[in-house]
Design a protein around this ligand. Structure first.
Ligand code: ASN
Length: 324
């Protein structure tokens, strides 16, 4: 008997539907979500205590993060204008700090990056949330110190309030015993030492979080003008093989510098014409900041190999069909 396309489609969807229901009903989900809530609560608490003002997230915008890698493009038309889904609020963070009364801001920011199926690995989701923050007149050292305090606070809070849940899911809370300052490595040095998989190797060897500085990537991350070809940006790397959990940088904010970086990276200047006008008028403030991946942090706290193991609904690239 011939199997019709539609029958096959139905059969596949039934299997996926069963998997979806099992994922929602799985035994450890409530524990994971409680721990994640503890993380977010600690973040809000820490930001509040440190005078970092919360703003609400945007989900669509005419310009958004150019990213350092290729994703599937999508466009939403609203009032005859093209909007992109929010890949990160980097430009919105910079512009918000034009306001004279604001020095430090953060957003619990949902981001959509329609990753290609090849990114269907243990650490990518095509939709995720980052704690995205930006400080006026800050430099790399200020931000790295802030991250150390933020992470220490979150871990000590969740250890205190959710020890039972973390032990249940991760077997212990030992991985949350961290000491600051975190070590700082330059990508160039680590690459010399370990070769192309330097981040993975260093993460697997480490038992403490560490910073990886100096990545050549998006035009908005500042180049080190005293050391051209090097960059004033950074990632926080989770130890025990959990790899990158945060990225950020000092920003380019001067018109000539932005143009130089955009030329280098072949960026679409027309798309950024309004941003460039502001830069030309000297209106983009000098800032630095970073974004901390919520699901990746939950994954580390819970010591789960897959980031998609912390989500309620499947958001792993290349795992379609997606039913919900
Ligand atoms: N949020 C990141 C930052 O502040 C940017 C990103 O998510 N690509 O640098």
């Amino acid at each position: 008997m011939a199997i019709y396309r539609e029958d096959l489609q139905n059969e596949i969807e039934d299997v996926v539907l069963d998997k979806t229901v099992s994922k929602i009903k799985r035994q450890n989900l409530s524990t994971i979500l409680k721990i994640q809530q503890g993380i977010l609560r600690a973040v809000d608490d820490f930001m509040y205590k440190n005078g970092v003002v919360r703003m609400m997230p945007l989900m669509i915008a005419p310009v958004t993060d150019t990213l350092n890698h290729d994703v599937e493009e999508t466009s939403i038309t609203y009032q005859n204008q093209n909007f992109d889904v929010m890949k990160s609020m980097i430009f919105h963070k910079q512009l918000t700090l034009m306001n004279e009364g604001l020095e430090k801001i953060y957003i619990v920011s949902p981001n959509i990056r329609l990753e290609r199926a090849e990114r269907g690995d243990s650490r990518h989701l095509f939709e995720f949330t980052q704690i995205d923050f930006e400080f006026k007149n800050a430099n790399m050292d200020d931000i790295l110190t802030f991250i150390e305090s933020l992470v220490s606070y979150i871990f000590s809070e969740v250890k205190e309030k959710y020890a039972k849940e973390i032990e249940e899911i991760a077997g212990s809370t030992e991985h949350l015993n961290i000491t600051t300052p975190f070590l700082r490595y330059d990508t160039k040095d680590l690459e010399k030492l370990h070769g192309p998989d330097f981040e993975g190797i260093a993460s697997r060897q480490a038992t403490q979080p560490f910073f990886l500085t100096n990545h050549k990537r998006e035009f908005y991350d500042a180049e080190d003008l005293n050391n051209r070809g090097n960059y004033r940006n950074y990632d926080l790397i989770w130890p025990r093989g959990y790899v990158e959990g945060l990225s950020g940088g000092e920003r380019e904010y001067l018109y000539e510098r932005i143009i130089e970086r955009m030329d280098e990276l072949n960026s679409d200047k027309h798309r950024f014409r309004s941003y460039l006008k502001l830069a030309k008028d000297g209106l983009i403030p000098k800032t630095a900041g970073a974004g901390l991946g919520v699901e990746r942090m939950t994954r580390f706290v819970c010591q789960l190999p897959e980031v998609d193991a912390v989500t309620v609904f499947v958001r792993k690239p290349g795992e379609g069909p997606y039913l919900f």
